[in-house]
Design a protein. Structure first.
Length: 327
């Protein structure tokens, strides 16, 4: 009888330890995700107004790569819908040459996407549409709108809009009169003022449907495989500071852009960030002020990780936080 009691005690002991191990493994899988669907858990911290200075970089180029799991990427699909991409930018020229670089992009030159960038000091917004109905077409068609205003070393708000409504444009811009009658078409706003438009041939963007392109990049394209857009690749450094990056799956009007561009978004009021009602699909506020990551304030659970190298394979970027902010 004594031996039987010892055996039962051992069984109970092993069962208890095994249960703990199973719980720990389960917690690890849920918290960290898998290789197929990575999840980056970002702790929500707010240390006051901060921005990201991409000139504080000791590598070829630095970037904030916003990682998305499958569920978030599905919600963030940008095909067949209006879009608005906003950011505050301040150039920090390193030479007398005009500045060129990526502000924000979730784009592939092969499959599609959208990007906000600067070419020779001029802000631009581009979408790419891929015609999947024709097997002979192996790349996407780009459509780009440019501003008639050049950026300098002062804080400037830029908003690119893929509009799906018919509206008139100010006669003072170089925008063709018939573009506003097309749906969809591209509009550009600088500091809340309309500065340009362009046709898309009545095409929306197509989503960058690949594991490589489910991420969104700030300071570089979300495509780490080397997309080249007007000479800008994942190795092109961005010489400037970026703050308040917002991506919407809806068209923001000029009135809405002006009302909220000098304010942080909140969960109520005119500058509502509540999803899905607001249409907000990505919001980098950069108020953590320290560390190697930043949270997505759109509330989708994704977050941004700071990397020093374009291939994200070796060094993390430990600097870049700046108290120089637009408001």
């Amino acid at each position: 009888m004594k031996k039987l009691l010892q055996i039962d005690a051992k069984k109970t002991h092993f069962f208890f330890i095994g249960s703990i191990l199973i719980l720990c493994v389960g917690f690890f899988i849920i918290s960290c995700g898998s290789e197929i669907s990575p999840q980056l858990k970002i702790q929500d911290k707010d240390r006051g107004p901060y921005a990201i200075d991409f000139t504080d970089c000791r590598g070829t180029s630095c970037q904030v790569l916003v990682l998305m799991n499958d569920e978030i990427a599905a919600y963030n699909r940008i095909d067949d819908r209006p879009l608005t991409v906003e950011a505050w930018v301040k150039l920090k020229p390193t030479s007398t040459s005009p500045e060129t670089g990526a502000i924000m992009g979730r784009i592939s030159t092969i499959t599609g996407g959208a990007a906000l960038y600067i070419k020779d000091d001029v802000p631009k917004f581009r979408i790419i549409n891929r015609d999947w109905s024709d097997p002979a077409i192996t790349t996407g068609t780009p459509y780009t709108v440019s501003s008639n205003v050049s950026l300098t070393d002062v804080w400037t708000h830029i908003a690119g809009v893929l509009s799906n409504t018919v509206h008139s444009h100010p006669s003072t811009t170089s925008c063709a009169l018939n573009v506003g009658n097309q749906t969809p078409h591209l509009d550009m706003h600088v500091d809340g003022v309309f500065t340009g438009c362009a046709t898309t041939g009545s095409q929306f963007a197509t989503s960058p449907d690949s594991e490589l392109f489910t991420s969104m990049g700030v300071g570089v394209w979300g495509d780490v495989s080397g997309a080249d857009i007007e000479g800008i690749t994942s190795k092109t450094p961005f010489n400037g500071i970026v703050d308040e990056v917002r991506m919407w799956g809806v068209e923001r009007t000029s009135t809405e852009i002006n009302a909220c561009m000098k304010r942080e978004l909140s969960s109520d009021g005119d500058c509502d960030s509540t999803i899905p009602a607001s249409g907000l699909v990505g919001y980098m506020r950069f108020n953590e002020g320290q560390g190697l990551s930043t949270g997505d304030r759109a509330g989708l659970g994704s977050g941004g990780k700071f990397f020093l190298n374009p291939d994200c394979s070796s060094h993390e970027w430990e600097a870049g936080w700046s108290t120089d902010t637009p408001f």
